[in-house]
Ligand binder design. Structure first.
Ligand SMILES: C[S@@+](CC[C@H](N)C(=O)[O-])C[C@H]1O[C@@H](n2cnc3c(N)ncnc32)[C@H](O)[C@@H]1O
Length: 258
């Protein structure tokens, strides 16, 4: 017998889940038996992220598979995906899009869903992310650090490099919610002393891979954005900041005009 929604909601609320009503509906909707639901509830009450229990999350209206050990795509990152989609759409087809630090592959998958005629390449340094991304990405997924695993033939031909790389400063990792600290890999979160170590590498490498008029788009915090702009300007990109107050989301886009 499936417990009623109110009982499930009460247990979730007692365990500290802020959106207990929504989560109860999702867990009940996904459970096929009462034993299944009980197992999911126990995991959730023990702090496992809802998305890892369900095995999916919604991102830009897509259902994205998310497996344990893989970063859960955040709603704020939809701004980055939409920014990258706008940049890709401004280029003539077929558009070559590279999603670096792809995690589950949500960002690249969203760009490919939003823009016609996209040739998508995604890559991540974590094998678990690569395996997960292969179920979400309508394109190729490579295993390795940043640009290193990409086919050499893409050099100078990419229309958009998009990356939601780790950007939390090392000292701030301890202040993240337990769900992130305990259930997402440190390498998916930690961006080094000022949070920008990996983003700087993404930006510095972009001119080698972009075609003239191509762009790089990355996410950062609002406070980091001016430093991200400076990193783009240093390598000859014309940069602008995009911000969404409601989602506390910031993306920085740079156009390569050699
Ligand atoms: C913040 S998560 C973002 C994942 C995905 N882009 C998203 O928005 O859901 C960062 C990802 O970067 C990957 N990563 C960290 N360092 C990397 C590197 N040097 N090269 C490639 N991927 C890296 C991590 O494995 C993780 O999947």
């Amino acid at each position: 017998v499936i417990p009623d929604a109110a009982e499930v909601e009460n247990r979730l609320r007692a365990a500290g889940c802020v959106f207990a009503g929504d989560e109860a509906r999702l867990l009940i909707g996904d459970a096929s038996t009462s034993e299944d639901l009980e197992r999911m509830l126990e995991q959730r009450c023990a702090g496992v992220p809802l998305e890892h229990i369900l095995g999916w999350t919604e991102f830009c209206a897509l259902r994205i598979a998310v497996t344990p050990g893989v970063f859960v795509p955040r709603p704020r990152t939809e701004l980055l995906a939409r920014t990258a989609a706008g940049l890709a759409a401004s280029m003539p087809p077929p558009r070559i899009v590279v999603d670096l630090c792809c995690g589950s592959g949500a960002v690249g998958a969203a760009v490919a869903a939003l823009v016609p005629e996209v040739e998508l390449h995604a890559a991540d340094a974590d094998r678990r992310a690569v395996d997960c991304a292969r179920s979400n990405v309508p394109g190729s997924v490579y295993h390795g650090s940043l640009y290193e695993p990409l086919p050499a033939g893409l050099r100078g031909r990419v229309d958009v490099v998009v990356a939601n790389a780790p950007y939390v400063p090392t000292a701030e990792i301890a202040t993240l919610p337990a769900e992130a600290r305990l259930h997402e890999p440190l390498a998916a979160l930690d961006g080094g002393t000022d949070g920008l170590a990996i983003l700087r590498e993404v930006i510095a490498g972009a001119p080698e891979w972009l075609r003239p008029g191509g762009s790089v788009a990355v996410e950062s915090s609002e406070a980091q954005a001016p430093a991200v702009v400076a990193a783009m300007v240093t390598v000859g990109l014309a940069a602008r900041i995009v911000h969404d107050e409601e989602f506390d989301a910031t993306a920085v886009a740079g156009v390569f005009s050699p």
